[in-house]
Design a protein around this ligand. Structure first.
Ligand SMILES: Nc1nc2c(ncn2[C@@H]2O[C@H](COP(=O)(O)OP(=O)(O)O)[C@@H](O)[C@H]2O)c(=O)[nH]1
Ligand SMILES: [Mg+2]
Length: 273
């Protein structure tokens, strides 16, 4: 099997000044964009994923979750420059954190490896970031978005958890547990991620609000996983997400109480409202 999808001109789309890369017919950008792909046994899906990635991205970081199929070999064939990182721990959250640390771009885009995300949407995420957002959050339920991949139970659980986050943290999200997001690298300094599993997106979504970052939702369509089955277990992972929400809520309360007791903590005011 041999299919290098990357055009020979890739990386040469810079302007005369050598600084800006055209990313659409209307927009050229300077910041390098890294795409992080967590992948565990996704060899059969990777051709569909890589096929939609734009040629102007700076790098692809694939985080391999100890795959037992030929995920890594297929990724290298499809995208010879791919940076493959082996995760040490377990879980999607652990994989993403590992991948973020390996990125060298100023903008980081998270893309699932199961064929559910269309890489052509990356331009919408990047446009939002270069127009002023800190965090471009994909939403399947914003106007223009959609999903072919969620069961009724998953939709219900996602809605309930999203509503809880909105109430508890003053967010106005239309979606919560969605893996297609993008952000400026500097956000990582403010959200300090510490989790391992599928609760990772929820933790990010809560912490960006707590940090006062500017979040813009991007309508996104989630397609059906092409091959294989989801690693997510609705009840088990729903409980993990709920625990994160409660933990983040109690951290916020504890910080507020400490602030009342110690004027020294006034300096952190503004981080948590
Ligand atoms: N590296 C790595 N990737 C994972 C792990 N768990 C899930 N993924 C990847 O995360 C993405 C989303 O996982 P998926 O099973 O499709 O969950 P769903 O999209 O929530 O149904 C896919 O690309 C998976 O291969 C893991 O433990 N390690
Ligand atoms: Mg999936």
């Amino acid at each position: 099997m041999s299919f290098d999808l990357r055009p020979a001109t890739s990386g040469q789309h810079t302007s005369a000044a050598g600084k800006y890369r055209p990313i659409s017919t209307h927009l050229a950008i300077a910041p390098p964009v890294s795409v992080v792909i967590p992948a565990m046994n996704e060899a059969e899906n990777l051709p569909y994923v890589f096929k939609t990635l734009p040629d102007w991205i700076h790098e692809v970081v694939l985080v391999d979750g100890n795959s037992t199929d030929n995920t890594v070999e297929v990724a290298r064939e499809l995208w010879p420059d791919v940076k493959v990182v082996e995760q040490r721990g377990k879980g999607k959250g652990d994989a993403l954190i590992t991948g973020f640390n390996a990125c060298t771009g100023d903008i980081i885009v998270m893309v699932d490896a199961d064929g559910s995300a269309d890489g052509n949407e990356i331009v919408s995420y990047v446009s939002a970031l270069v127009s002023g957002a800190d965090f471009a959050k994909g939403s399947r339920f914003a106007n223009g978005g959609g999903t072919d991949d969620m069961t009724f139970i998953r939709k219900l659980g996602n809605w309930a958890l999203c509503t809880t986050v909105n109430r508890k943290f003053g967010a106005r999200y239309t979606d919560l547990c969605y893996g297609y997001n993008a952000f400026w690298r500097h956000c990582l300094d403010k959200i300090d991620l510490d989790c391992t599993g599928f609760e990772v997106e929820t933790l990010m979504n809560i912490r960006v609000v707590k940090a006062g970052l500017k979040v813009q939702e991007i309508p996104s369509h989630e397609y059906l996983r092409i091959h294989g089955t989801s690693n997510l277990r609705a009840v088990r992972d729903g409980i993990r997400v709920l625990k994160v929400i409660l933990r983040e809520r109690s951290n916020r309360r504890a910080l507020r109480n400490r602030r009342h007791r110690s004027p020294m903590l006034d300096s952190v005011r503004g981080e948590v409202s």
